[in-house]
Structures are given as C-alpha cells and as structure tokens.
Write a protein that binds this ligand. Structure first.
Ligand code: ADP
Ligand code: MG
Length: 396
C-alpha cells in the first residue's frame, strides 16, 4: 500500500497516507481506536471500496488493474461474527467460495473433508446444519471457510470480537497454527492488544487514519513509538516486557519521616528536628496516607492547636509506586513540589520522591530510552536517590 488515502463523501479522511508492505506468510494485525480507519483499509484491499488516492499492489500488480473476480480468488475475507448460512449444511458453507469459483464437485468434497479435519471435528458434521453445532464449533467452521478456497491472502476484520475468552483463545491458536502450516498471509483487525501480540509477526498501530507505528510484537513492547502506542499497550504489559523500565517504586526513598494525626505538635516538631526535615507526612495506624504537615504550619498554629490532625493539610498530591517514571515526572515538575509521597495501590505510604531524584528522572526520561543505557542509568539513579539529603531538607 502506497500513499493510500480514503476520503468519504462529506470530507471524512478515514485513511490518510497509509504506507505498508506485507510480506508473503506474514500475520499482520491492525490495531487502533474505533474509527481509526482499519475497516476502511481492509475494504480497499478487497476492492469493496475504492481509494481516493494511492496504490495497492499484490505481487507488484495494481489491484485496480486486476479483474475483480481474479482478485477475490486471491483474497479471502472474514468479517465479525462469521455468519454461517443457516439454510446450508456445513459442507455447503465450507465450500461457499469454491462454489463461486466454480470448482468441481469432487474437488469441493475433498476440500470439505480436509477442512473439517483441520478443526478436529468429525466428518459426519459436514451434513449437519449450523444450528446443530455449538457456537464455538460454528466459529471454527467460519475460520476454515475462509481458508477453504485456498486464497493466499486472508483479511479478517475483528473475527473473534464477540466470543467468550475461551473460545476466542482456541480460535486464535487455530488461526495461527493454520496460517503457519498453510503459509497464508493474514491481515487481521483487532482492538485487543493481547490478541495482536499473540498472533502477529507485525503490528500496525493506527489512530485517526494514520499509522502510528509498524513493528514486531517484541519491538513494540520494547520501543513504543509514542505515548498513544504506550497507552494502547498498557502500563502492565510495558513493565512486564521491560524489566529494566523504571517505576517510581524503584527510585523512591523508603525511609519516610511521618507522623500520625493524634500526635501532639511538639512531638511532630521533635521528629522534624531529629530527622532534619521541614515537613512530615501524616498517616493513620495502617500507614494510609492522610495528609502532610509543614514546619511553617506548626510555627503559625503552635499556640492554638495541639495535635497534628488539627492543622494538617488533607489534600496531598501523591504518586503510585507502580507508575512509570516517565509518566510521573512531568506531573511532579509542573506542580513545583519539593517532594512527593509514594503510595501503594491501597494508598499506604511506602516512600517519597524528592526533587533531587526528579532531576535524575528527567535525565532518565530524556536519555534513558536506549534499553542498555536505561538499565544502567536506573541503577545509578537508585544509588543517587538514596544518597540524597533528607526529604524536604532543601528549601523551595
Ligand atoms: P475502524 O474500522 O478503525 O473502526 P472505519 O474504517 O470503520 O474505522 O472508519 C474510519 C472513519 O471513517 C470513521 O470516522 C468512520 O466514522 C468513517 N466512516 C466509515 N465508513 C464511512 C462511510 N461509509 N461514510 C462516511 N464515513 C465513514
Ligand atoms: Mg472496523
């Protein structure tokens, strides 16, 4: 596909300068937000839609110069919720396309048997009607129907979208296995990143008609091209895929100066003095973060208030220990905070990040994208962070 563009009537540019090469035998997944142009692209490949501009070639031949019948002989198309024809037997369903292509009866019968064997269903099922099969079995037939005509290229547009996870997974295995064994080229649309990661040799991430990234599953996990791709992959998968990636928890200081709401102001003051800090975080007995108290507040309220709970600030900005440093830095810097408490997913205080360690984070975020350097940097960072002066010791 070269400079492929589709503008619908009314001016919606659904596909915008799309460039992609698909090699024979590849399993390519299109993934992206709804409305990003995936279906439009698929339909142009099959000539169900005509592009506004650009070229699609198959084996170096412009598809617009091919006879449409010839083209569809080469391309299979599976749409969402693979509908089997209810009034046709399984055999007739499987050989639907071969019949359109005018295969001999003998060849079609042989193909039907071969296909039903591929999906590990008994031959006797060939004479049943779809309603006599379970939903999962029907879907399996739908998949082999796409393969039955022996087309080289198969387009599948969210074929498993509406299936339960178990059926979905077994059909994914089936398609992947058939694709590898039969050497088919598949272009597959999904909105499920797990599905794309599992099936693809190449993932094409789309947003608003444009390609955001084309890469192997491994590459996309290690080097997402931009924030959109990162968000699509999701935080958990990124951290799993890149053990070297730095989370806030990895660079925070763990020995946090804290107090509880029931403590007297003079105790809090003593704690600050001993720890040589000018503020304390306030937690309850379960370590849940409740607030913060500053030296200035104690000074101001010393005559009127008695306990920490009376004067603490309840509204404290905090970050999760599992959050990615890159996502966190900007938020911390923007607020001009000198330090930020770190909590676990139960909002229990587990550490603190100081402005000094934020400097390291920025360094890391800017220079640490190379994976080798990233891992060595994050070690450095951890050491530097723990050597930093006590929390909040530096003035604003
Ligand atoms: P996807 O399959 O990625 O969800 P589509 O290719 O279906 O996206 O749609 C891409 C964009 O084009 C969307 O904004 C959609 O609303 C618009 N669109 C799709 N089909 C038509 C059409 N026939 N006429 C006008 N706009 C359309
Ligand atoms: Mg679609």
């Amino acid at each position: 596909m070269e400079h492929l563009t589709k503008t619908y009537k009314g001016g919606k540019k659904a596909v915008d300068d799309f460039n992609l090469t698909v090699e024979k035998g590849e399993f390519v997944c299109f993934i992206g937000t709804s409305g990003s142009g995936k279906t439009t692209t698929m339909r142009m490949i099959n000539r169900m839609l005509k592009q506004t501009s650009g070229v699609i070639k198959i084996n170096d031949q412009d598809i617009n110069q091919l006879d449409p019948v010839e083209l569809r002989r080469k391309i299979g198309y599976v749409i969402q919720n693979i509908g089997l024809m209810p009034h046709m037997t399984i055999r007739q369903n499987i050989t639907l396309v071969p019949r359109l292509l005018k295969w001999s009866q003998d060849k079609m019968d042989r193909r039907a048997k071969q296909m039903i064997k591929l999906v590990e269903l008994p031959e006797s099922f060939l004479d049943r009607y779809p309603s006599e099969l379970s939903g999962g079995q029907q879907q399996r037939i739908g998949v082999v129907r796409a393969l039955a005509a022996d087309q080289d290229l198969i387009l599948m547009d969210e074929p498993f979208g509406a299936l339960d996870p178990i059926t979905r997974e077994s059909l994914q295995d089936l398609v992947k296995d058939l694709q590898e064994r039969l050497g088919k080229t598949i272009i597959f649309v999904t909105h499920d990143m797990d599905e794309a990661l599992k099936l693809s040799t190449k993932i094409v991430v789309m947003d608003d008609g444009k390609i955001m990234q084309v890469a192997s599953p491994d590459e996309i996990l290690r080097h997402p091209a931009n924030q959109f791709v990162e968000e699509l992959i999701g935080h958990d998968r990124l951290v799993q895929a890149r053990p070297s990636i730095t989370t806030v928890g990895q660079i925070m200081l763990k020995n946090v100066a804290s107090t509880t709401p029931n403590k007297l102001l003079k105790d809090a003051l003593r704690e600050m003095h001993e720890r040589r800090v000018d503020s304390l975080l306030v937690t309850d007995d379960e370590k849940t973060l409740k607030g913060r108290i500053d030296i200035g507040d104690i000074d101001y309220h010393y005559q009127t208030a008695t306990s920490v709970g009376d004067i603490m600030h309840h509204d404290v900005f905090y970050v999760l220990s599992s959050s990615l440093i890159r996502d966190t830095v900007e938020r911390i810097l923007k607020r001009g905070l000198k330090n930020v408490p770190v909590v676990d997913d139960q909002k229990r205080l587990v550490g603190i990040v100081t402005r000094a360690s934020v400097v390291d984070m920025v360094y890391d975020a800017l220079w640490g994208t190379d994976s080798n350097r990233h891992s060595s940097n994050s070690n450095d960072t951890a050491e530097k962070a723990s050597a930093t002066t006590s929390q909040g010791g530096e003035s604003k």
